[in-house]
Design a protein around this ligand. Structure first.
Ligand SMILES: [Zn+2]
Ligand SMILES: [Zn+2]
Length: 267
């Protein structure tokens, strides 16, 4: 498997995940025009995509989901509640055609081409929100974004992830002293909002030290976080747990917000 992030954060999220000559996309929160430009620039073959999976119905994740599905007849997979959320999201102008709507259940394996994809519920202030656990080529990739907190039902997926993309949205002090009005600050910090660097560091320390080889921090806030601070905070938390790791040190990096990451090979 290999993946590329084409954008990560409130300005638009999009992941392209490839196995052999097949691929899936998770979320399209960037415009379809930008998706096409970046695909050409970064060698992303849109012709081999089998389907679009959606985490949740916020615009930074679904902006062009309907547009791409209409244009290419690609099926769109997500839970019933997230499909409903997309239908009523007025910022998502083009809707998913009914014939391309695929409803999936959480905690259930979906076999699509070379992929086995399992959605699991993630708490967030949207109509619903899914993490995804993707298996192919004898390895796996787990995506957890826009997570208010880690629930017990999320834990097994994070714990068995060899490759983990997990949100580190904000730094506690930057959020507290930053430009956001108090109600928005409360929303972000709530247990249906986003994960702080500390939350993410503690989750990795508690769950991911045994299996994870490579971790990518995603959905960093532009106003309330920066990559160096997120990495420093999380590595400090992990340093205290170093002896619990069963293998080589985990590689941790932050995905760029507005630009593509380049392809990562997952082995
Ligand atoms: Zn988001
Ligand atoms: Zn969201």
């Amino acid at each position: 498997m290999r993946f590329i992030s084409l954008g990560s954060g409130s300005s638009g999220n999009c992941y392209y995940i490839q196995s052999g000559d097949k691929a899936i996309i998770i979320d399209i929160g960037i415009s379809i025009r930008r998706l096409k430009i970046l695909s050409r620039q970064y060698g992303v073959n849109m012709g081999n995509v089998l389907g679009i999976f959606v985490t949740h119905d916020h615009t930074d994740h679904v902006k062009a989901v309907g547009a791409l599905s209409q244009e290419t007849a690609l099926p769109v997979y997500t839970t019933e509640s997230v499909h409903h959320g997309m239908e009523i999201n007025r910022y998502m102008k083009k809707k998913v055609p009914r014939e391309h709507t695929r409803t999936i259940e959480t905690h259930t394996e979906n076999h699509i081409g070379p992929f086995c994809i399992t959605a699991f519920p993630v708490p967030h202030d949207s109509s619903g929100n899914n993490g995804y656990f993707i298996e192919s080529d004898g390895t796996n990739l787990c995506l957890v974004t826009d997570a208010g907190h880690i629930t017990p039902e999320m834990e097994p997926y994070i714990a068995k992830a060899q490759h983990l993309i997990i949100e580190a949205n904000y730094d506690l002090a930057m959020l507290a002293t930053g430009p956001y009005p108090a109600p928005l600050r409360r929303r972000i910090a709530s247990d249906r909002g986003h994960m702080s660097n500390e939350d993410t560091g503690n989750a990795i320390a508690r769950l991911a030290l045994k299996e994870a080889k490579h971790i990518w921090l995603c959905h960093l806030s532009e106003e309330n976080n920066n990559p160096n601070l997120a990495l420093r905070t999380i590595k400090e938390i992990l340093a205290a747990h170093e002896s619990e790791s069963s293998h080589e040190p985990i590689t941790i990096e932050a995905l760029p917000r507005r630009s593509p990451s380049g392809f990562y090979e997952l082995i």
